[in-house]
Design a protein. Structure first.
Length: 271
């Protein structure tokens, strides 16, 4: 066995047993344990981790632990550019695409509304989600921390909030999506692209009153639904505007709580 001292920062503490939160603690690991094994055995999914420092040096998930190591584990930094330090992932995803698990049936259509390709099927087993995420470079969204611990899932986000609109805001803030949103590009039901159609092609797919009041329509070629800029569209537009305007929550050092600030000065743990 080897014993290392761990310290987790910010929201990563939510995954720990209460007595271990917001403080440094000793943890015994198997002699061949890696940082990933130890971090996940403590309850923290590797997808929630952005930076690992062992004795002040940035390391990856496969770094072997040695007796006496001091390990600092950080979530994503919103206010600091730490890309030169990163070692935990080989590459970022060039295109933001999601796959949502069965717990997030309300969030999936809202992400599509914002223009993000989002797969969802409440019958997807975890193995299917894992396979699709790997094959299509998708970010896994879930409220199941065990799903995020699967080895081939490299990008994921544990959703803490319960209501779909709050979940949308959470994803926008944590992944800094405001600049990438393209609202009203995808069908909320099918995740397929929408395209404009002339009013005379709408036919009986919209009520007569709608045809009289509106000139612009879009359709989905998969489900053949037709959409127009009615009162529902206006409410959705207001939602998109409010989410895109939400400032990201800073995780800079000045934003840490007192316990974080105290422990950040400990030997071997970077502030």
């Amino acid at each position: 066995m080897v014993t290392a001292t761990f310290r987790f920062y910010e929201e990563l503490n939510d995954f720990l047993a209460r007595p271990l939160r917001r403080r440094a603690f000793a943890y015994a690991c198997a002699r061949d344990a890696t940082t990933k094994h130890a971090i996940e055995s403590l309850g923290v999914p590797h997808t929630e981790v952005e930076l690992i420092l062992v004795n002040g040096e940035s390391v990856g998930f496969n770094h072997p632990l040695a007796d006496g190591d001091r390990v600092a584990v950080y979530p994503k930094f919103e206010a600091l550019d730490i890309r030169p330090l990163l070692r935990v992932r080989e590459r970022p995803l060039r295109v933001v695409r999601f796959i949502a698990d069965a717990h997030l049936g309300g969030l999936a259509p809202l992400l599509r509304l914002a223009g993000f390709d989002t797969l969802y099927d409440n019958n997807f087993p975890d193995a299917r989600i894992e396979a699709l995420a790997a094959a299509e470079d998708r970010i896994v969204l879930t409220r199941d921390r065990e799903l995020l611990k699967r080895r081939t899932i490299t990008h994921g986000c544990y959703i803490r909030t319960l209501r779909p609109r709050e979940q949308l805001r959470e994803v926008f803030e944590r992944l800094d999506l405001a600049g990438s949103a393209q609202p009203f590009r995808l069908c909320l039901m099918c995740n397929a692209p929408l395209r404009r159609i002339p009013r005379d092609e709408v036919g009986d797919r919209a009520p007569d009153g709608v045809l009289e009041r509106h000139n612009q329509f879009v359709t989905c070629d998969v489900c053949r639904r037709v959409f127009w800029e009615g009162t529902h569209w206006q409410r959705m537009r207001a939602l998109m505007d409010s989410v895109a305007a939400t400032p990201a929550q800073s995780e800079a050092p000045n934003g840490r709580d007192a316990s974080d600030a105290r422990d950040a000065s400990a030997p071997g743990v970077a502030p």
